[in-house]
Structures are given as C-alpha cells and as structure tokens.
Design a protein around this ligand. Structure first.
Ligand code: NG1
Ligand code: ZN
Length: 535
C-alpha cells in the first residue's frame, strides 16, 4: 500500500496547483475545469478503493450538468446506481483537498480505516459529458484507478443516468438490465412499446388529442447523441425534431435550466404554436416540457407538472387494481404552491417536503411503496419498493381476477421497466410522460389545465460568503443571520399569495432567491426585494 501511495504522490502531472478548497456537495465536486486535474486523479484512486470496500463496480461520471461549459465536475456512483454514501462524501472532500505532501498518508489512512484489502479486485466504470475539458479529466481519473489496479471500462460520452444504469445493471448480474448502451435503449423502448400495445388493445388506436410529434432541445449536451439512438428504436411511434445537437456551446442559451429559470424558449429552436417541446440539461438527467399558446405566450410544464401527471396516473392504475399501496410525492421548497395543493387536494396523495438536493428527495421517496419525486427543475423519477413489485406481479398472474385489473397490473410492471430507478433520467422521463399523455389521450394543453401555476421568479445573488446564510428546515426558513427571517416575513406579508425564501447553492457560488405571488409582476417585485435584503 505504501509503495502505491508513494507512486500516487509522484505523479506530478496531477499535483495540486492551487490552494482553493473544494467540497463534495449535493452533486459531487463542481468547479472551474482548470482547477480539477488533481481532484479527478484522486477521485480515480478513491473509486478503486471504494470498489474494494463494496466488492462491486463503482461509477465515475465527469460532468457539470447544466453549468457553463468552462465548469466541470465529477461524482461517484455507488453499486446499485445510487449516490455516494454520505460518510464517503467527507472522505472524498478530505482526499481532494490535502496537500501533495499529505497525499500518501491520507490514502494509507483511508485504506487502514476502511480495512481495504488492496489484493482484492476492483472495477470502475467511467462516463463523461460533451465538455471539451472532459476527455482530459476523464484520463486523469482513469490513471488514478489504474494505478490502484482497478479494471476500468470507459463508456465515453454518455448521459449521467445511463452511467448509473450501467453500474446498477452490472452489479445486479444483469437482472436490472444489460450494462451496455444497447441494453439500456432496448429495456426502455421495449417497455414503452409494450405499454402502447396494451393501451391500444384496450381502447383502439384513436388517441384523441395526443400527437406523436416532439420538438427536442438537447442543449448541445450528451442528450443529443443518446436521443438520436433512442429515436431510431421508436421511429414508428414517435417523431422528433431535434435542436441544439452538436452545433453550439453546451448549455448556452438553451437546455432545461435556461428554459425553467428564464421561463422562455431556448435559442435556435423553431416551433409552431402548440408544438409539444422538451429541453434536456447538459448531462440529460433533467427534462422540462413547454409550448407556445395561440397568443404566442410561453407555457412551461416543469418537474412539478411531471410529478402530478405521473402521480395521478399511477394512483388511477392502483385504483383499478384495487390495491392499497402507500404512495407519496416528494418535493422541495422550489415546488410551485399550486402543484402541492393539486396533488394533496385533487389527487389526494400525500406530499412530503424535504431539503433541496437530489439525495434528500431520493431518500425520502424510498420510504414509500411508490415514491414519486421531482424537483421543479425537472430532475426526478419514481421508486417502487420490493413489496410493491411483488404484489403487483402476483396480481398480474392471478387468473381469477377481472381482465381490467390484470391489464392495469401489466401496465404498472411495464411502467416500472420504463423508469430509471437509480436517478432522474430525461430520456426515461420523456418516455413516461409520452406514455401517460397517450394513455390519457391528452394534448399538452389538457395536461396544463390540471391546475394553474402561481407566478414565480428565481434569481441568483452573488455575495462575499454565501455560507453565512443558514436555513433550518426544508421550507428554507433562515436561522442565520439572526433577524433576516423576520425581515422576510414582513415583506412577504405585503404580497397576496406571497411566499419567498433564499438558500446558498450547493453547486454554484451564489445565493438563490425564489419568490411566488398572485401576479408575475408581484412575484418579480418580491424576488427583487428579497434579493436586496440578502445583499
Ligand atoms: P443548488 O445549486 O444547491 O441549488 C442544485 C439544484 C438542486 C439539485 C442540486 C444537486 C435547485 C434550485 N437546485 O442545487 O435541485 O439538483 O443541484 O443535488 O433545485
Ligand atoms: Zn444534470
């Protein structure tokens, strides 16, 4: 171990060239790409160690998602495709920040503390996004893993959710799926096809207001090549018109985050009134829908809409099956108040609110038999407990039951095959939404008519030290600085349907402001006033 650790230190290509501290945050490490050489190399080493601790393949994804092209980042994917265990976030942060002189000793310390047998085999899967800095950073990580005798497999440019899927599939001995791109596409699209056939055999081919044409903005990210492959599998069922595929700067004036935050169309996209449009983010783990109405007004259908669509449909299937499963929706403070009200009061489904950050949503969703989580920004998925899967399977096989019940059970099971249970997945989520709209025979407008969003505004504020702001609960009430919450409350009280909060971002050096009110002008005003109080 000492010999390896000493060799690790010796790689001067990956020496730490600056003193900036970096933290394994809600989405792994994120920073300017030029500052990340040593971090990636060290994460490669850590992944090889982690693989031995778990006796399984570990994933390393190089991406900074929706952030600007000059940024990059990395996150580790644990054996079942889930996010890195919290204790190891601290280990990763420590390893990334130690001085070169302390590197060997830190590695030895991890090996001792975690009782790692370096003679055991290790295996690491790599994936990366389309950033120009990604191949170089990926090489750094691969070198780290290789030095520590891990067998490495580099999938090259893939979506983040695909890498999660590959890791989960391989470690499940192919039970979750085949760990290749082809395995991924065929799992999802076979389920999509089977679901359609079930619906058509019941109802006939007439699908009412549903049209199979989708305008797709891929933000010049990994979604482009992946979706083009996916579209080939389904060319008889869905027609795509792609924009921002390999023709410009990643995430620039396009993509899910741009569309959601600015509430406007992405650039370089040509659409007609009522076209159903989607935007992915740069690593394809987020999706939002939108269209332009007759008066050329932009209409957004964000993650909250997807959550309510999915929850409503699943509840419907459960009702047909006569099944009492514990179903719940998980949201954060960013969820539009109107969506929460709709899910609770109209759909009659409980809603849990958790702290911002995918991991909090994911963990909470695991507490339900069927947990549906979506962030307003379009990241989300559906998780099914073992119990739910067993019960639904039993129902499908029960020949004494009425055909309708068994058909609903078949639909649920194909639905489970279509979702990516490891993480939010823009491609899988697109297929889910298209499936439900088709099954309900809905247009995008019918979908939108379920409820009316409260006008809202998001802003970013740059401050000297964003971490002096401490939020104390999922609703983002302020604990520190003292008195700030009272100032907020006084201000919010002046606005009808007012709600507003701030929190320090975990992925960018900014404080985020969110405000909701009865009119867009008021939401804008409230956001600006709140931002001033933070400045
Ligand atoms: P930050 O940058 O901390 O707001 C963002 C997203 C989260 C989540 C995390 C990663 C918002 C507004 N922001 O966090 O949704 O995706 O990245 O876990 O929701
Ligand atoms: Zn992303």
């Amino acid at each position: 171990a000492w010999a390896l650790a000493a060799e690790a230190k010796g790689k001067t290509d990956y020496s730490r060239k600056h003193e900036k501290a970096i933290e394994y945050g809600t989405a792994g490490f994120r920073s300017k790409a030029v500052d990340l050489d040593h971090v990636l190399y060290r994460i490669g080493i850590l992944a090889a160690l982690r693989s031995r601790v778990k006796g399984a393949t570990i994933g390393v994804m190089i991406t900074a998602s929706h952030n600007p092209v000059a940024d990059n980042g990395v996150k580790i994917v644990d054996p079942s495709g889930e996010m890195l265990e919290i204790l190891w976030e601290t280990i990763a942060t420590n390893l990334a920040n130690v001085k070169d002189d302390e590197l060997s000793a830190t590695i030895i310390q991890i090996v001792d503390q975690e009782k790692i047998d370096l003679d055991k085999p290790a295996s690491v899967y790599f994936g990366r996004d389309t950033r120009p800095s990604s191949p170089h950073l990926s090489n750094a990580a691969v070198e780290g893993s290789t030095l520590f005798n891990a067998s490495v497999k580099d999938f090259g440019i893939v979506t983040t959710p695909m890498l999660h899927y590959f890791v989960a599939a391989y470690n499940s001995n192919n039970e979750y799926g085949i760990p290749t791109a082809e395995g991924y596409f065929s799992k999802l699209t076979s389920a999509f096809r089977a679901f359609r056939e079930e619906v058509i055999s019941e109802r006939g081919p007439d699908c009412g207001d549903y049209t199979p044409i989708i305008v797709a903005d891929m933000a010049n990210g990994v979604g482009g090549p992946a979706m083009e492959q996916m579209a080939k599998h389904l060319k008889d069922l869905l027609t795509f018109e792609f924009f921002n595929v390999g023709e410009g700067e990643l995430n620039h004036e396009s993509g899910a985050d741009y569309v959601k935050v600015r509430q406007t169309l992405p650039k370089r996209v040509r659409i007609k009134s009522k076209d159903r449009c989607v935007s992915f983010d740069g690593d394809a783990d987020r999706i939002v829908y939108y269209y332009q109405d007759q008066s050329v007004k932009f209409r957004l259908l964000d993650g909250d809409r997807i959550a309510s669509l999915v929850a409503g449909y699943i509840k419907n299937l459960l009702d047909i099956m006569g099944m009492e499963l514990n179903i719940g929706v998980v949201q954060t403070a960013y969820a539009n108040g109107a969506s929460t009200k709709y899910i609770k009061e109209v759909l009659q489904i409980p809603v849990a609110c958790v702290h911002t950050g995918v991991k909090h949503l994911h963990h909470k969703a695991q507490e339900f038999d069927i947990g549906i989580y979506f962030e307003a920004n379009g990241h989300g998925t559906v998780l099914f407990s073992k119990k739910a899967k067993v019960l639904i399977k039993a129902l499908r096989e029960d020949k004494r039951l009425a055909g309708g019940k068994r058909s609903a059970a078949r639909k649920m099971l194909t639905f489970i095959d279509m979702v990516n249970e490891t993480t939010g997945d823009a491609i899988a989520d697109l297929l889910i939404v298209e499936t439900i709209l088709h099954a309900r025979a809905w247009s995008v407008e019918t979908w939108e008519n379920c409820y009316t969003d409260l006008p809202n505004r998001q802003l970013k504020v740059t401050v000297k030290d964003r971490n002096i702001i401490k939020v104390i609960d999922p609703q983002c009430h302020i604990g520190e600085p003292e008195g700030l919450q009272e100032d907020f409350d006084r201000l919010i009280g002046l606005f009808a349907d007012g709600r507003a909060f701030v929190r320090p971002s975990g992925t960018e050096d900014v404080v985020r402001v969110y405000a909701e009110a009865n009119t867009q002008a008021n939401a804008d005003k409230l956001a600006v006033h709140i931002a001033k109080l933070v400045h």
